[in-house]
Design a protein around this ligand. Sequence first.
Ligand SMILES: *[C@@H]1O[C@H](CO)[C@@H](O)[C@H](O)[C@H]1NC(C)=O
Ligand SMILES: *[C@@H]1O[C@H](CO)[C@@H](O)[C@H](O)[C@H]1NC(C)=O
Length: 366
Amino acid sequence: MSCLRSHVGLPVAAGVLLIGLPYSISLAAQWLYGWPNKPGYKKYTEALKPRRIYCLARAVLESLKYLQYGRLYFRWKSWYKDDENSKHYAKGISYGRRGNKLDLYYSPKVDHAKAPLVVFIYGGAWGSGDRAIYCLLARQMAEELNATVVCPDYSTYPKSNVLGMVQDIADCLIWVKASAQKFNFDQDNIIFIGHSAGAHLCSLTTLFLIETREELFIEASKQQDISRCVKGVIGLSGVYNILDHYEHEEMRGIEYVSTMHKAMNGVQNFSYYSPTHVLNTFSEDKLKRVPPFALLHGTDDIIVPAKSSTKFSELLSSLSLPVSLYLLPRVDHTEMATDLMAPDRPLYNAIYSCIKQEYTKFIKKS
Ligand SMILES: *[C@@H]1O[C@H](CO)[C@@H](O)[C@H](O)[C@H]1NC(C)=O
Ligand SMILES: *[C@@H]1O[C@H](CO)[C@@H](O)[C@H](O)[C@H]1NC(C)=O
């Protein structure tokens, strides 16, 4: 009897594992984050395709890796709450047209008077993120770079779309120009550092400002003024071509659950919001005003493949624009940011040494 039961049990268990589990995970993910945007029943046909089910389940299971950051989570939670630390930073300053907030961090070691300013833009697939999560990163960055670091929140989807995010980041630069006296930093020496979607937004904002785009709803003279102060852009594991990234999402089966296509106002606007495409439309005169770029990317990144940075670097070079590319072996997508949060993280020194090298060049040139 027990022998028979175990014979029945095995296929049932295998069935649950190989079919039930992936189907439940994938359907839950699609229910929560969005079905394929095909009309009527077709969306369910698309949603139930075995390839999509298995790819999605894999992507969800891969995200369980984030559990390893539990300890880091408690560290930033307690650091951010601890008033003792507040002598090194100013928290919750309102800026810009949408009333978003930013935090500002001083370098705890050097006299911060007239220190250069780093604007750090976090990632989160254009749909999530919170400046509090990056308190440890911003604090360490201020110390490592002898800089004052500003970390703003911006209106992610569904609060806003990509244009709103670019407007927010441009507003943040306007705040920087207006607040330099009060907070005592060098407003003419600004470096953008962004991770993932944040690297995309830093690049796109820089290029839109060079073009003095009307859709930013910022006076042209002001746009030119702030764009002149950006001395360099450091992109960490960034997306620079939205269409390429969409194809990568399709391959992973996550294109409909991802916020990207919604944040970009649909597939037809992908090139419009791709730094690679915008650069290709630039005149000689505008190209001259593009600041130097440094692109860092982990070769173990499956969320945004390193090819994204390689291709952007090739494009910048082909336009005779200054760019440095660092492909870091055995670094994945999240480590590129989490390992900048504490000196005991395994890749802390490796990543900071690349950032410092480029940062010093950018600051010196100006
Ligand atoms: C920061 O300042 C310290 C002490 O003055 C110096 O040794 C270090 O090289 C500086 N780092 C950078 C990135 O400028
Ligand atoms: C997106 O594309 C559509 C169709 O081409 C266009 O009408 C619309 O203005 C675009 N929106 C933005 C914000 O780029």
